[in-house]
Design a protein around this ligand. Structure first.
Ligand SMILES: Nc1nc2c(ncn2[C@@H]2O[C@H](COP(=O)(O)OP(=O)(O)OP(=O)(O)O)[C@@H](O)[C@H]2O)c(=O)[nH]1
Ligand SMILES: [Zn+2]
Length: 369
């Protein structure tokens, strides 16, 4: 069944949940090939066997047997928050028939040799990396989160939170973060005073999906609540109160009043693996650019003649600590991805290209062409 409604495309009932031409196309091809009447829905949260979906109303949907079998083989194929799925009615209940192809996915890489990767959030357009202004900032941590964001295929944006706590040091802190996070936009914000929110808020475009990354207590929930002008996420104080109580599957797809979506997935708050090597390279584009100028293509940036990297360190153009962090993250990322198969890596690379194409298409759409 296709969406044969009389509404104009912009008034599609799922537009507010991020429905776009790419998803529509994926859904239509699936739907045409299926013998069932299928409906599109977006996963708000999932657990083993079933998911909470938005159609746009909220419903619980069990997984169809084939989906359950596939998920048992490879957990990364199971629905996760942010996924677009095709559902169908089965008596009084809904069944998830299939997961539509993801534009991006935030993956927690299995750390044990035989462990599977786990997809924590899907179809994320942007990742807001939060780093508190009063805690350093910790540049190594920032680089990790940025690598992960790039690896996932989403656009990273950095929020230096609790900006009022930095006082006079704020410009200096922001300058440092901008150097480390070249390629991502950086905003100083305070949930307590409201500073900087007016600059950051316009980034949350209607229909875009966001995930927040940052260490516990960085102020992610407070920031989302300030942007929303209401309490959408539990902040540290409230969670403390709730500890010990049984919590059921809760809604993880949050809608900001401005129309952007935030995926609140507790598990992503603390992932500290850097993603794949491409993500690391993108984060350290400055170092990579230097590496491209070394005389030998396989330069190990040790004592080889004509090494542009060691020359840059000697001349004070490249911080030797940043170089050390690059080496460390690259080793970690390579070790991680060596376990994953080549296909997965190739797909992640494709996603950047697809996301870029889509961003360009969306921009054209917004300009009205
Ligand atoms: N001074 C100041 N404190 C803040 C600000 N934003 C948040 N906080 C405080 O920082 C603490 C942690 O804030 P949360 O928003 O719960 O942090 P979080 O990143 O969501 O934490 P997790 O959910 O554990 O990952 C709370 O005590 C907040 O009141 C701010 O702009 N300024
Ligand atoms: Zn070199």
């Amino acid at each position: 069944m296709s969406t044969s409604r009389t509404d104009t495309p912009t008034a599609h009932p799922l537009t507010g949940l991020g429905w776009n031409p790419r998803v529509e196309h994926a859904f239509d091809s699936l739907s045409h090939a299926s013998g069932h009447a299928l409906y599109p829905a977006r996963v708000s949260s999932s657990r083993r066997g079933g998911a909470l979906v938005r159609l746009p109303g909220e419903a619980h949907a069990d997984y169809a047997p084939a989906l359950t079998r596939a998920a048992r083989e490879d957990p990364s194929t199971a629905p996760c928050a942010g996924d677009w799925v095709a559902v169908r009615r089965s008596g009084d209940t809904w069944l998830v028939e299939a997961v539509l192809e993801r534009s991006t996915s935030l993956v927690r890489q299995g750390v044990a040799k035989d462990s599977h990767d786990q997809v924590l959030a899907a179809n994320v357009d942007a990742v807001l990396v939060c780093e508190a202004a009063d805690q350093g900032p910790n540049v190594g941590r920032l680089e990790r989160f940025l690598s992960l964001a790039w690896a996932c295929g989403a656009t990273p944006v950095v929020a230096v939170t609790k900006s009022e706590l930095a006082g006079d040091r704020l410009p200096e802190v922001l300058e440092l973060v901008r150097t480390v996070a070249a390629g991502a936009d950086v905003y100083g914000v305070s949930a307590h005073t409201g500073d900087g929110l007016a600059e950051l808020a316009p980034r949350f475009l209607p229909g875009t999906s966001w995930v927040l990354l940052g260490t516990s207590g960085a102020g992610k929930s407070s920031l989302v609540n300030s942007l929303a002008g209401q309490s959408l996420m539990d902040t540290g104080e409230i969670r403390q109160d709730k500890r010990g109580r049984h919590t059921t599957t809760h809604r993880q797809l949050l809608e900001l009043p401005g129309g952007a979506l935030v995926l609140d997935i507790p598990g992503v708050r603390r992932i500290d693996v850097p993603g794949d090597p491409e993500g690391v390279d993108r984060t350290f584009a400055d170092v990579g650019e230097l590496a491209g100028r070394c005389r030998f293509r396989d330069c190990s940036h040790g004592s080889e003649p004509g090494c542009a990297i060691t020359a840059a360190v000697d001349e004070g153009e490249l911080d030797s600590e940043r170089l050390a962090r690059w080496n460390r993250l690259r080793r970690e990322a390579e070790w991680n991805s060596a376990r994953g198969d080549q296909r997965v890596r190739a797909e992640r690379k494709q996603r950047w290209k697809a996301a870029e194409r889509e961003a360009r298409a969306n921009a054209r759409l917004k300009r009205g062409r």
